[in-house]
Design a protein around this ligand. Structure first.
Ligand SMILES: [Zn+2]
Length: 133
């Protein structure tokens, strides 16, 4: 991009006749924005369409995400109290049980499923094999 656009200058626009994003000459401008352009390829004059790839995308507000208001897995796990069971896949657990996994560390059982449990660890929730039925 050259930056500043002026009448008689070049601008990329979608050509309605060529059906392509092509170089155009600015014919008319309003408030610094091209409104009519002439296609360098087919010579047709049409409304400025802009370059499809240049359209501004919706801005995501990461910082204002409600996620920051929700408890993080780490805070939930850290707040969990009770006897800590060493995780063994031969054992069965109940929701709320605090377990300690040799790799993932401390976790809290969220849900029991058939032969497995969903366990929340400090980084994220994982499904681990257990003896639950
Ligand atoms: Zn054209």
């Amino acid at each position: 991009m050259t930056g500043k656009i002026s009448t008689g200058g070049d601008v990329d626009s979608f050509c309605t006749r060529c059906r392509l994003n092509l170089a155009h000459i600015v014919v008319a401008m309003v408030a610094g924005v091209p409104v009519r352009v002439k296609c360098r390829t087919c010579g047709s004059t049409h409304r400025f369409r802009g370059a499809p790839s240049d359209r501004p995308r919706p801005v995501r507000r990461e910082s204002a995400s409600p996620r920051s208001l929700r408890p993080t897995p780490a805070s939930v796990v850290d707040a969990a109290e009770g006897p800590e069971h060493s995780y063994r896949m031969e054992d069965s657990y109940r929701p709320g049980d605090v377990i300690v996994h040799s790799v993932f560390g401390k976790g809290v059982v969220q849900k029991t499923l058939f032969r497995k449990c969903s366990i929340l660890f400090r980084d994220r929730e994982r499904i681990l094999a257990t003896a639950n039925t």
